[in-house]
Each structure stands twice: as structure tokens, then as C-alpha cells.
Design a protein around this ligand. Structure first.
Ligand code: HEM
Ligand code: HEM
Length: 211
């Protein structure tokens, strides 16, 4: 009879043990999700306020500071993913795998675009690109008024697209979890329950990360 440790060892030897994201990737993922939602809600909130009011300006400064935080998380995440981060095996196959990869890459691309446009927008409006008042990044370029309008529109469109795509992406993850009852959501969740679900999974590729 083949023992469990033996089976696990052969799976690991076959490079088949990578079905869960590592802790750092999970932290980056949930920090990104939180920041993106916060950024969108902040922009909606100041939309109700009169132009030039102190609260509106404060909300916009907060949006920019959190934007710089999001930029940092995004850069670290991309470096981690391209470098030492755990390579996970695809959770699905065929067209679903292609579609989910496309959505993931689109989200990365749009996030890079939105932070770049956000920074340019702040500079184009001649407002400080400051991180909670601790430091300010100077503008490398002098933007015209027309460019400012274009950048503002693009920032808004890209931001809205991210929200729509992320909502679809989250909806798909929840659909897998509650209706298809597979392990896709657990791959991005920390904690004992996630590890137990992984251990009990009928998927032969899944191997526990910890005892
Ligand atoms: C603005 C919000 C979000 C963004 C920008 C986002 C972005 C991403 C990206 C880029 C990936 C691919 C990770 C990689 O392989 O490099 C990913 C994976 C994942 N996300 Fe999100 N996400 C968001 C919100 C959510 C929410 C709310 C959920 C759950 C309800 C969720 C569940 C997942 C899961 C389960 C995976 C792993 C999918 C797999 O294993 O193939 N995400 N997310
Ligand atoms: C996913 C992240 C982000 C989302 C969802 C988002 C969303 C938005 C939205 C919806 C607006 C309002 C646009 C309008 O009403 O025309 C806005 C404005 C703005 N955003 Fe972002 N944004 C994000 C990231 C950033 C970043 C990273 C920065 C800068 C570092 C930034 C800087 C700005 C600026 C300067 C404005 C214009 C504020 C003003 O009217 O003076 N945003 N953002």
C-alpha cells in the first residue's frame, strides 16, 4: 500500500504542490482589494461635497496618500510574483483558465495604469503628490490644461473599469465557493480552515503546506 507521506513526497517531487498562494501574496492581494475599494468610495464621497471645501480637499489628499500606498503594494506584489513568490498551478482548465488569467493580467495592467494616471493627475492639477505630509514627489513634467482634462477622464474610466472587473472577479470567486463548492477561494485565504479544506480536498494535486 502506498503511504500518504510517500504520495505527498512524489507529488512534491513532481512539482505539484503549489495550489495555494503564499502568505505574502495573500497579504498583497487583500491589501490591494481593500485599498481599491477605499479609493473608489473616497472619490464617491467627495463627489457629494462642494468644490474647494476643506473636507473635500482632505478626502482628496487621503486618496492620494492611499494611492501612493497602493502603488507601493503593487510594485512589491509584482516583484514578489515575478521573483521568489510561490508559483501556483492553474485552478481551472481550458477556456475558464484562459478567461481567469486574462482577468488577472487585465487587473494588474489597469492597476498600474490607474496609479500612473492618478499621480500625473495630481501633478497636472498643481496639487502636491504627498504621502500623509511626510514627503512630496515633485512633478517631472509640466502638464497643459487639456492634458489634465484628458488624464482626469482616463483615470476615472480606468478606475471604473477596475471596479467592474474586480466585482466580476470577486463574484466568480464566490460562485466557485458557494455554488461549485471547490477550493478556489481557499487558495487565497489564510488560516487553519483554509489549510484543512486543502488537506481534505479530493483534488490529488493538493498537498498540505503545513502539518
Ligand atoms: C479590487 C479588488 C480585487 C483585485 C484588484 C483582485 C485582483 C486579483 C489578482 C490580480 C489575482 C491574481 C493573482 C495572481 O495569480 O497573480 C487575484 C486572485 C484571486 N482573487 Fe482577487 N482581487 C480583488 C478582490 C477579490 C475578492 C473580493 C475576492 C473574493 C471574494 C477575490 C478572490 C480571489 C481569489 C480566490 C484568487 C485566486 C484565484 C486562483 O487561484 O486562480 N479577489 N485577485
Ligand atoms: C484603484 C485605485 C484608484 C481608484 C479606484 C480611483 C478612483 C478615482 C475616482 C473615481 C476619481 C474621481 C474622478 C472624477 O470624478 O472625475 C478619482 C480622482 C482622483 N484620483 Fe484616483 N483612484 C485610484 C487611485 C489613485 C491614485 C494611485 C492616485 C494618485 C497617486 C489618484 C489620484 C487622484 C486624483 C488627483 C484625483 C482627482 C481629484 C481632484 O478632483 O482634484 N487616484 N480617483
Amino acid at each position: 500500500m502506498i503511504t500518504k507521506p510517500f504520495t505527498q513526497a512524489t507529488r512534491i517531487a513532481a512539482g505539484n504542490d503549489r495550489l495555494r498562494y503564499d502568505a505574502l501574496e495573500m497579504s498583497f492581494h487583500w491589501a490591494t482589494a481593500l485599498l481599491v475599494v477605499a479609493q473608489y468610495l473616497l472619490a464617491q464621497a467627495w463627489g457629494f461635497l462642494q468644490r474647494g471645501t476643506p473636507v473635500r480637499l482632505e478626502l482628496q489628499s487621503l486618496h492620494v496618500s492611499l494611492g501612493l500606498l497602493l502603488t507601493t503594494v503593487l510594485v512589491l506584489r509584482i516583484l514578489w510574483r515575478a521573483g521568489p513568490g510561490r508559483r501556483v498551478l492553474p485552478a481551472t482548465t481550458g477556456l475558464v483558465e484562459i478567461a481567469s488569467k486574462l482577468v488577472h493580467y487585465a487587473l494588474y495592467g489597469l492597476l498600474v495604469a490607474v496609479v500612473g494616471l492618478g499621480a500625473c493627475l495630481r501633478w497636472a492639477k498643481h496639487d502636491p503628490l504627498s504621502f500623509f505630509g511626510l514627503f512630496t514627489l515633485p512633478s517631472p513634467y509640466s502638464f497643459t490644461k487639456d492634458q489634465a482634462t484628458l488624464i482626469g477622464d482616463l483615470h476615472n474610466w480606468v478606475a471604473t473599469t477596475i471596479i467592474i472587473l474586480a466585482a466580476g472577479h470577486a463574484g466568480a470567486a464566490l460562485f466557485h465557493h458557494f455554488f461549485l463548492r471547490d477550493d478556489i477561494l481557499w487558495r487565497m485565504l489564510p488560516g487553519k480552515r483554509a489549510r484543512r479544506a486543502e488537506r481534505d480536498s479530493p483534488d490529488p494535486r493538493i498537498v498540505p503546506q503545513e502539518p
